[in-house]
Design a binder for this molecule. Sequence first.
Ligand code: ADP
Ligand code: GLC
Length: 487
Amino acid sequence: MNILLAASEISPFAKTGGLADVVGSLPRELKKLGHDIRLIMPLYGAVQKNFKNIEDCRKPFEMTVGDNNYGGNIHVYKTSSGFPVYFIKNDILYARDGLYGNRIGNYKDNSSRFIFFCRSVIKACELLDFQPHIIHCNDWQTGLIPAYIKVKETENPFFKNTKTLYTIHNLAYQGAFWHFDMKLTGLPWSVFNSEGLEFFGMINFMKSGIFFSDAISTVSKNYSREIQTEQYSFGMEGILKKRKKDLFGITNGVDYSEWNPETDKHIRENYSVMNMAGKKNCKKDILEEFSLSCPENTPVIGLVSRLAEQKGLDLLIEAIPEILNTGAVIVLLGNGDDKYHSMLCRLSNAYRNKLSVKLEFSEPLAHKIEAGCDFFLMPSRYEPCGLNQIYSLKYGTIPIVSATGGLDDTILNYNPLTGTGNGFKFKKYTKEALLEKIAEALEITKDEKHKSQIIKNAMNCDFSWSKSAKQYDELYKKIVKKGLGAS
Ligand code: ADP
Ligand code: GLC
């Protein structure tokens, strides 16, 4: 099959979170299954600066978005895995410091930026003479693509065999813009209603993706069930229930060529489940990086996170004094909302030798934390899948998580009686439940026998892409053969 994956961020080119990791690594496995895989994303300023082997395809085009006429171009990077990554170039829209915004907030013209991107994806298929059987769209930034295929391209023979899959990585970020932006989309006003892309009087890219795609998937099984309930749906439970038979949950895989303590180039010493000696050195390294000095056997709890409400930072911040009272120390790497930056700064000043934070985005430090800590904490309020807990498993860094979304699917509570389980998870989203679980984890792991059993169980888990890629493969085939679809 010809498959085009469209996303607003793809690792290693541009990344703010797990979306980039997923779209950066799934294609390699899909390629192995024999598909003609191609990727497409916007050409951001940082990508132009950091990747020198990106070539101009010499396929310039023009596009009118509202009253503006934009020039676009297609660039390409040929990966060593044998598939191309296409980039949509328009420097006015994409050559900026941030992907979606800057310190002041989201870019004001994000609707134009991603309308242009969605339309350019369609345009690029024709210019490159690539007729996709599946356009696999990801998150709100690509949510209009299914609408263009279903509404604008119905008469176009080029797309007569093209179906769309829309993957929801995070339902909270919907791409909602005021209704006047309808004129930018080039879509008819007739689709601006509840049976279309309208949601509470606004244009909603997420709703468009859910409504117009042939099938929808989420990044864990549990999340596909959760989002059909009011608690997790951000208002979308109605439409999601309506599309229930076309809604699938496929748990993310991870890229073990990037995230593996045996080969990781960012960590001080490599180690494996058979020889854990190097992990001690990695612990020293992370304590040095975060300027913490404490006895060797001090439990070190790590976090790597976008600083957003989703990640349970309110719970964490409230619980920090009591967590530190247990004798553990905390290292945290994260960036995001200003309010969390200032609260964490204040706390780290108050608990100088016990809590150390770095409020930045650093790929090498994220790897070092995975390798050097004893525990990895993810107290998320909700979590569509979560990748860090899966990385932690591989590094023998015991995850302590809230039982939600993909965290609940991937982490199994350790049972000291049976020796089964790969971590610790708490059910109620309360400070008490979090503290109780941390206390339990610290108590059980005081016994070396239990500690090494959990670590062994964790490191032997296999979340490589091969299994999940097969599930996508089956889903693509189902979509193409059975003609799943909304209308
Ligand atoms: P989400 O996509 O919701 O942020 P995931 O757990 O799926 O959560 O993925 C987060 C990804 O982003 C991981 O690869 C993680 O290491 C990375 N990450 C998050 N914050 C930072 C940071 N401050 N520095 C480096 N990497 C980060
Ligand atoms: C989103 C989710 C996260 C998921 C990631 C990749 O950003 O918040 O849980 O792992 O996408 O699918």
